[in-house]
Design a protein around this ligand. Structure first.
Ligand SMILES: Cc1cc2nc3c(=O)[nH]c(=O)nc-3n(C[C@H](O)[C@H](O)[C@H](O)COP(=O)(O)OP(=O)(O)OC[C@H]3O[C@@H](n4cnc5c(N)ncnc54)[C@H](O)[C@@H]3O)c2cc1C
Length: 433
């Protein structure tokens, strides 16, 4: 079953608050006839749009093929948290790949947040980068570990923008009885993700890239040049970059065996007003908690609480997304019981077994970058810059990312889903115990 088809209307944005608030770009044409280019980019999320922009700036002739609309996928629907570091914490990374490699991965992660901050400052992007993410511990016994990690980042990585919060400090910043302490990271932040994606599309076309929407790639014939087939076009390209993440389907089975789609859900409340916002989250920080099925939330610029969480392990979105997300929202903020929810939507992301991104050369001239495991706002945006420099002959950062091994899911692309359901059900049960 293909996630591009089952939960969304073809060629339309989901009913998200972001799509409601953004001024969408005029529709780009569908690819038609014979097209040739230096680089064909598949997917119009952060990965693909950033690749197209960075390549076009370097003078490459780029054609981006998007099955639906730009920012239609996870990039236009996510929690907007621009997290610092890799998805996997540094001590775990050091154990996984050694200290030097872990250090290089940390530096790359830092560059990803800097890149989003720089892009957000451009006129083409109609979104503001708001600094600060709070990581909140839902169990008192986890609080010392949070403080120790902040110390480690300061002592071993020279990162001084994170500090530990005890229970009182945390509750002064986030008025919730659910949390016992945590950290505040002012190097991280949050942003409207659809506006970021639309801004990247403006930057890409401004630099000369051609974007095609409603242009799903049905087949890729490897070779030099490679050939990509859509319903109405045949695209010939010297290089191909795949940025399909959770929506890849079976286009490239090798990648599908390592990057698993998983759904996650977000709601927006009615605008709560500036004063009520400050009663709930004092300084407009974003928050992510320590549950295995993470709750994450922040305020929109018009003072709505945007609250996300509630994974479900079925392909199809639940009928009542608002009802499903309301439960954790009201557990975290009992004072918002019964708050009107105006928008509720789902999206699909790509996760890997070890939660590190999966960068791979599928062939000499075909790159795939995906599997950000819920940590892709910054990393997927940087992935585009890395793909562009790799094609231009500077592959150092690509190789640092690609040399973290990505295990196949047990069962590969066919049987992975039932196994994941079992594993996830166990972990989310553990959250509740
Ligand atoms: C609900 C939700 C909340 C999240 N919250 C956060 C968060 O707060 N912070 C964070 O860092 N990350 C978060 N993420 C993850 C983040 O959104 C993703 O890691 C990131 O957007 C991935 O970008 P991408 O460009 O690789 O993929 P996508 O944005 O998913 O783009 C892939 C695109 O490829 C297109 N496509 C697929 N197949 C084809 C084909 N055959 N032909 C043409 N086009 C094709 C799709 O239509 C889609 O537009 C969240 C994800 C979800 C779903």
């Amino acid at each position: 079953m293909d996630l591009l088809d089952i939960n969304d209307r073809p060629g339309a944005y989901p009913p998200s608050f972001y799509a409601h608030a953004a001024t969408p770009l005029p529709r780009f044409p569908a690819a038609d006839g014979d097209i040739s280019c230096d680089v064909a980019v598949v997917g119009g999320g952060f990965t693909g749009l950033s690749t197209a922009w960075h390549l076009a700036r370097r003078g490459y002739d780029v054609a981006l093929l998007e099955a639906s609309r730009v920012g239609f996928g996870a990039s236009g629907r996510n929690g907007g948290q621009v997290g610092q570091g890799q998805r996997v914490e540094q001590d775990e990374l050091e154990a996984m790949v050694g200290r030097d490699h872990a250090r290089a991965l940390w530096d790359i992660a830092n560059q990803s947040v800097d890149l989003v901050r720089e892009i957000a400052a451009r006129d083409e992007v109609h979104a503001t980068f708001h600094p600060g993410i709070i990581h909140a511990a839902h169990r008192a016994r986890d609080v010392p570990g949070y403080a120790a990690y902040a110390r480690k980042l300061r002592d071993d990585y020279g990162y001084d923008r994170i500090r530990a919060l005890d229970r009182e400090e945390l509750r002064a910043l986030v008025t919730s009885p659910a949390y016992h302490g945590g950290t505040l990271d002012t190097g991280a932040g949050h942003i409207d993700p659809l506006e970021l994606a639309l801004g990247l599309a403006r930057l890409a076309t401004g630099a000369g890239a051609r974007i095609f929407e409603s242009s799903r790639v049905l087949r890729i014939d490897a070779g030099d040049p490679a050939r990509l087939i859509t319903e109405d076009a045949q695209v010939t390209a010297r290089h191909v970059v795949l940025g399909c993440n959770g929506y890849l389907g079976r286009l490239v089975p090798r990648v599908a065996a390592r990057v698993m789609p998983i759904n996650n859900y977000v709601v927006a409340t009615e605008p709560l007003g500036r004063a009520r916002q400050a009663e709930i989250i004092r300084h407009n920080h974003a928050v992510a908690d320590s549950k295995f099925v993470v709750n994450y939330f922040r305020f929109s610029d018009d003072h709505r609480l945007l609250f996300g969480g509630t994974e479900s392990y079925r392909y199809r979105f639940p009928r009542d997304i608002a009802g499903a997300v309301r439960r954790p929202l009201e557990e975290v903020f009992p004072q918002l019981e019964g708050v009107p929810i105006t928008h509720a939507w789902g999206g699909t992301l790509g996760i890997t077994m070890n939660r590190m991104p999966h960068f791979e050369r599928i062939a000499g001239n075909i790159l795939s970058l995906s599997g950000y495991s819920g940590h892709g706002v910054a990393m997927a945006t940087l992935a585009g810059q890395i793909a562009a420099e790799t094609i231009a002959g500077q592959a150092e950062r690509f190789d640092v990312m690609a040399s973290v091994p990505t295990p196949r899911f047990p069962g590969g692309a066919t049987l992975r889903w039932p196994l994941l359901v079992l594993a996830m059900a166990w972990y989310s049960l553990r959250d509740r115990l």
